[in-house]
Design a protein around this ligand. Structure first.
Ligand code: GDP
Length: 424
């Protein structure tokens, strides 16, 4: 069976933990979109890891980890990530890389930096990992698929052509040093040696695996609200964050995705610019940020402090719907145990009218949060294993959220570890 694990919010919902946990029962874990711009933090028996490109299943030796065609593949970053986990005692994972995955080129990273510099205060808050220039090139049809590393003649020729275009921008728009196609060629050849044994026809591999009844997990990056179509455009990422894209980014039939587990966080956090209706500030935000996640709400890739907010029913209901949710995994609930009262954003007021439908960006900018306050439970809930043992107010919070978003919360995560989970 194929299951997708995706985010309902702005990312950082704890997808890594849920994927790592579900990987115990899985055969194959596939990354299908995004790149090394965001990360998953995973805590398990080997320690605490920040993964950027590797799927969250790499810690089990019975799994195969796959980089699908939809991923922005940064080869040296992947290579380093593999080395790092091995150095820390994790057995060499079985990794496959799609021959159709495209490569993040060194100049994509440069262009990302140069463009942010050029935009100054109007920037998108990019992580400068080259993701936006990468996907622009992919759809402008000047990207490089992994398979192209194996045809040196064509590679040389195409690099020359691409450099011609890039150098015009570098010289005249950014006033930066120009690219040399020969140097790039040498770099590409070094990339090839890093990944050669892992390259294969991933969609054919997965097709066979489905036929054999294998358990496959599709692991999403970021969340619904960062989707380029359905999110808070233009403050979005450059590849689709939705489960539906899992079919494309892995090369699977869409009807094979039977379960869509949408990870939804018990409060809100976001990185980068853009409207964030339930955002809180100052001491209130600092305290939640400090207590949040596992050791604070700071970016796994960038270390930058995340923006904080209360749970947003409007955004999460929409986020779950647009994913096609079958199950909600409600995460980091333990963090809220310090609060006497917990505000929840239950509606948006836009031009004097209250709505619970998530608006397009122009209207979103005008939205003010309508808050409802629920009583806190004021106890530590880590270690609780069954739903009935949760404090009454905690169950009421979960049931309130479930009722408002309209999708079943079947898993509750009450700690960062693999076993910190309550099934309902
Ligand atoms: P992802 O990108 O969706 O995988 O999310 P991140 O890894 O960026 O952020 C999730 C953070 O919360 C990580 O530090 C996790 O270890 C941590 N985490 C996940 N689930 C829980 C939970 O239920 N409780 C607590 N306290 N931390 C959690």
């Amino acid at each position: 069976m194929v299951k997708a694990v995706v985010g309902a919010n702005w990312g950082d919902e704890g997808k890594g933990k849920i994927t790592d946990m579900l990987s115990k029962e899985a055969d194959i874990i596939v990354r299908f979109q995004g790149g090394a711009n965001a990360g998953h933090t995973i805590v398990n028996n080997y320690g605490k890891f920040a993964l950027h490109t590797l799927p969250s299943g790499v810690f089990y030796d019975h799994t195969t980890s796959i980089i699908g065609n939809g991923v922005a593949l940064n080869i040296p970053v992947l290579f380093k990530e593999i080395q790092d986990i091995i150095e820390r005692g994790v057995p060499m994972p079985h990794i496959l890389i799609s021959d159709r995955a495209q490569i993040v080129m060194p100049y994509h990273i440069l262009f990302d930096q140069y463009e942010e510099e050029r935009l100054g205060g109007k920037s998108f808050g990019s992580t400068k990992s080259g993701i936006a220039p990468f996907y622009s090139d992919k759809y402008a049809k000047v990207g490089f698929q992994v398979s192209e590393l194996f045809d040196e003649k064509n590679l040389k020729e195409k690099l020359k052509q691409v450099c011609e275009i890039k150098n015009v921008l570098l010289e005249h728009l950014y006033h930066k040093p120009m690219l040399n196609s020969g140097d790039l060629f040498d770099e590409m050849i070094s990339y090839r040696s890093m990944i050669e044994p892992m390259v294969c026809d991933v969609s054919a591999y997965l097709w066979k695996a489905v036929k054999e009844g294998k358990e496959i997990l599709l692991e999403g990056q970021l969340g619904s609200l960062k989707d380029p179509d359905h999110g808070i455009y233009p403050m979005v990422t450059s590849s689709s964050t939705l489960a539906a894209y899992g079919a494309i980014g892995a090369g699977l039939p869409p009807y094979e995705i039977k379960k869509i587990i949408t990870v939804c966080k018990a409060y809100s956090s976001a990185v980068g610019a853009g409207a964030f209706v339930s955002e809180i500030f100052k001491d209130e935000a600092d305290e939640l940020r400090r207590r949040g996640g596992d050791g604070g709400e700071f970016g796994a890739t960038t270390g930058r402090p995340r923006r904080m907010g209360w749970f947003d029913v409007v955004a999460s209901k929409y986020g779950c719907r647009i994913q096609g949710t079958t199950d909600v995994a409600f995460t980091v609930l333990d963090v809220l145990g310090y609060l006497d009262e917990i505000p929840v954003c239950v509606g948006y007021e836009i031009d004097g009218q209250v709505t619970t439908d998530f608006p397009t960006t122009d209207r979103l900018k005008k939205a003010k949060p309508v808050l409802e306050v629920l009583p806190g439970w004021k106890t530590e809930i880590r270690g609780v294993k069954c739903y009935e043992e949760l404090p009454e107010n905690c169950r009421k919070y979960i049931e309130f959220v479930e009722d408002k978003i309209g999708f079943p919360i079947t898993m509750i995560s009450n700690g960062p570890g693999r076993d910190d989970i309550i099934y309902r």
